[in-house]
Design a protein around this ligand. Sequence first.
Ligand code: AMP
Ligand code: MG
Length: 403
Amino acid sequence: MFSFDQARQIVITQAKTHLGPRPTISLAIPDALGYVLAQEIRTDREYPPFNRSTRDGYAVRASEAIPGAALRCEGEIKAGDTVSQPLRPASCLQIMTGAAVPPGADAVVMIEFTRRERDRVIFDRPTLSGQNIVPQGSEARAGELALSPGLRLGYAELAVAAQVGVATLLCYKKPRVAVLSTGDEVVPITEIPGPFHIRNSNSVSLCAQIRLAGGEPVPLGNALDRVDDLSTKIEKGLQEDVLVLSGGVSMGKYDLVESVLKGMGAEFFFDAVAIRPGKPAVFGRCRNTWVFGLPGNPVSTMVTFRLFVIPALDILSGAAPRPLPLLDASLSEPVEEKSGLTHFLPARLEWSSGVPHVRALRWRGSGDIAALTQANCFLVVSADRPDLRAGERVSVLPRSDVL
Ligand code: AMP
Ligand code: MG
């Protein structure tokens, strides 16, 4: 059985190997958040476009603004003002943050370090040439690469596109991900369940996780644990880039997902991973679609999506697969688990005086989604070190939607 790291690596290798050219779409900046850029974006001019003051103060010649010196203030420059007149000898100009430093001036002295006496400014400490000025072109040269293809567009990336005047961005289309839950006991969330039925919460969590990961969910409802219904609905899912199923991959008599997929020509790259929850997770390819069969217990579905589906969606989105953002924390209370499997336990990460502390939450196993709403991370208990003492350094996988 593969470890979760090995299983992730299998997903990444497979997804990269079969990656063909991806379709693109042109999007206005406000619509492009979360997409992956498919073009180069270059600067239209130097940044900053002029020598920019980073402080409110006085533009001076550093050699003149020495302790005890008094310079005549001959005017002011605010952000946006056109600056052409050079600074005259033995004078200074009041200047605001973001304004252009006049020719001849080579430093800005913060207003806090000066005294004003009518039109004279008195300096009380030495001034260094270049202080509080960002030189023209020091952030970027004109025509320099500002954003590269493959970059996921967050708020900073969109701001750079806006700064250089590119209002429409060529992006990769989001991968389409079919979501199919399975199980005779599963009813739509709009229906009143019978006493032994459950509502289809997995389709909801999966669609949400797909959206957060940068995919486009295509909900297909639920298939009964019958070959005919599974085949018909899986057939629909195979129209998309990825098909994610929940349930029907364990060892039970009615766990038919794997065998139905095999019958439809699927090839599997793993069909179990040494983790809990989520051990029966399967990953394969059927025709031109990646298929993930995730176990149906809701927390198992969520954890296995987090571990295995996200890297595939990253690659299909045109980006590099994100590494798992594991953090170090100090364990608040001891934990005892069975060895042999890596456990992902719902847990709470908190910072007391800046130091991250984590505590596993009480939960009733992989059906307990209520416990998960109290969790902001998973405590990772490794297969070979299942017993952990309070105070030990442990690994934590944040819930990226809430932390
Ligand atoms: P399975 O992996 O098919 O054996 O499902 C395990 C358990 O997960 C079931 O007994 C249900 O309690 C639960 N489950 C399965 N599918 C769903 C679903 N779509 N939504 C919520 N819970 C589910
Ligand atoms: Mg089932």
